[in-house]
Design a protein around this ligand. Structure first.
Ligand code: PFF
Ligand code: NA
Length: 453
């Protein structure tokens, strides 16, 4: 056995600091914006059930694997995979897994930043009382007006991108721990308030029924792929983000326990968002399948009529913005670390280049909501294409690669030593990572390609 690769980075100050940062990466727009709208588009309960099964059976074992690989490798995803495949005597082409992950993070951030920009716009709307006593039609008009204004969206997208890169330039750790420490409880608290409001909306039962009673007639191969892809997306898996964060993790920490905290927090936030939103959808006779605008067309109705709604509305969109920020920095971090370690750039230059390129692609995404909305490929506009390509294809493929690498390429002696689990739990993890995760991802892909009908 060779020596562990040495780290050029500093380490997190504690396990708690790592949990905070990784939870900050996981909890974001994926939970509050994406989970509700794709659940609406895919018919509710059955989709939610498949998503939860994917979190348990694929997400958790693969997150353990990805953190472990990061901690053992201690570099950016490409160099980490290079070092670990050399250590295992395996094919050096494993580095392509790292390359794909870096590309995925970059592509996701291009549209993530645009949606985060919508949240910024809604902070201002909330502040000026625009939701006050507004009905569903007015709220919808406000959202459409934003969609129809490339200029307004570009302004907010630019601001969000600048803020993201300003945090990344200073290194991931500065301020992040403190921000997340405050953010998570506050977000949780506000979601509880929204759930309480939803309980009194008159359609609470209907919302709960939609979310939790599975109707499998609504499910096809593509819905299963979307649910699986979302499990990766929401847990920030399959692209090297968590691997990079893991590379700063001190050696003593229990990776498995840490993973359970992160996945648990992420899942709870998503479910609370769903429970808050769907009763409003039904109480106001809105369309559950209305798409990416869903939270912006429902939650303002609650803020416009509840006691304290002005303040809660502002707070909510501010928190959504911060949740997006702690995720966006982890989306671009792998690209920045790669530019610094492999392309000899200093951190500042790496941030400027990657941020500018990502911003430009984001501008094209803005156009896909208005002037380019008719330009489609496979029936999808640019936003939908990027989302499908990254969340449904690249992340599951990345997750598959991580599972195969951890289960079949790395030696059991090394993974057992890194994970330090009681034998029984180690065997369970190994079983999932070797025999469940890779075939499951593979079969879903085959179904979508129509190979299995
Ligand atoms: N997990 C984030 C969310 O749910 O909003 C999105 C994300 C962040 C995906 C970082 C992937 C990633 F590497
Ligand atoms: Na998430």
């Amino acid at each position: 056995m060779t020596d562990k690769p040495q780290s050029p980075h500093s380490e997190w100050s504690s396990r708690f600091a790592f949990i905070l940062a990784a939870t900050g990466s996981a909890v974001g727009l994926g939970n509050i914006w994406k989970f509700p709208y794709i659940t609406g588009q895919n018919g509710g309960g059955a989709f939610v059930l498949i998503y939860l099964l994917c979190v348990l059976g694929l997400g958790i074992p693969i997150m353990i694997a990805e953190i472990m690989i990061g901690r053992r490798g201690r570099h950016n995803p490409i160099n980490t995979l290079q070092a670990l495949s050399a250590e295992a005597g395996a094919d050096p082409r494993w580095v392509y897994l790292g390359r794909m992950g870096i590309a995925a993070g970059f592509l996701i951030l291009a549209y993530y930043s645009v949606i985060a920009g919508w949240a910024l716009d809604y902070i201002v709307k909330a502040f000026f009382g625009q939701f006050f006593h507004a009905d569903a039609t007015e709220i919808n008009q406000q959202f459409q007006a934003l969609m129809n204004s490339p200029f307004q969206q570009i302004v907010w997208h630019s601001l969000f991108m600048v803020l993201t890169m300003a945090v990344v330039v200073r290194g991931v750790k500065a301020g992040l721990e403190q921000a997340v420490r405050f953010l998570m409880p506050a977000l949780f608290f506000l979601l509880l308030i929204l759930v309480a409001y939803a309980m009194g909306s008159g359609a609470y039962q209907q919302g709960i029924h939609f979310l939790f009673s599975p109707d499998f007639s609504k499910i096809n191969a593509d819905a299963v792929l979307t649910a699986m892809g979302h499990a990766f997306f929401t847990l920030s898996l399959g692209m090297g983000s968590i691997m990079v964060y893991g590379s700063y993790l001190p050696g003593k920490v229990s990776i498995a326990k840490t993973t359970l905290y992160i996945a648990g927090a992420d899942t709870i936030v998503a479910l609370l968002a769903g429970i808050a939103i769907f009763p409003l959808v039904f109480a106001n006779h809105l369309e559950a399948a209305s798409g990416p605008g869903l939270i912006f067309q429902t939650l303002p109705l609650a803020f416009g009529s509840m006691t304290g709604g002005w303040l809660f509305g502002i707070l909510f969109f501010v928190l959504l913005f911060f949740a997006a920020l702690t995720s966006s920095i982890s989306l671009i971090e792998p690209a920045v670390v790669w530019l610094v370690e492999n392309r000899d750039m200093d951190r500042q230059k790496a941030c400027i280049w990657s941020g500018a390129a990502c911003w430009l692609l984001g501008v094209a995404v803005v156009f896909s909501f208005n002037i380019w909305s008719e330009h489609t490929l496979f029936g999808k506009n640019l936003f939908e294409l990027l989302d499908y390509l990254t969340a449904n294809l690249m992340l599951p493929l990345g997750g598959l690669g991580i599972a195969v690498f951890a289960g079949w390429v790395m030696s059991n002696a090394i993974t057992a030593q890194e994970l330090e689990l009681p034998q029984r739990f180690y065997q369970i993890w190994l079983f999932f990572i070797k025999y469940i995760a890779p075939p499951a991802v593979f079969f879903v892909f085959l179904h979508v390609l129509g190979v299995l009908g």
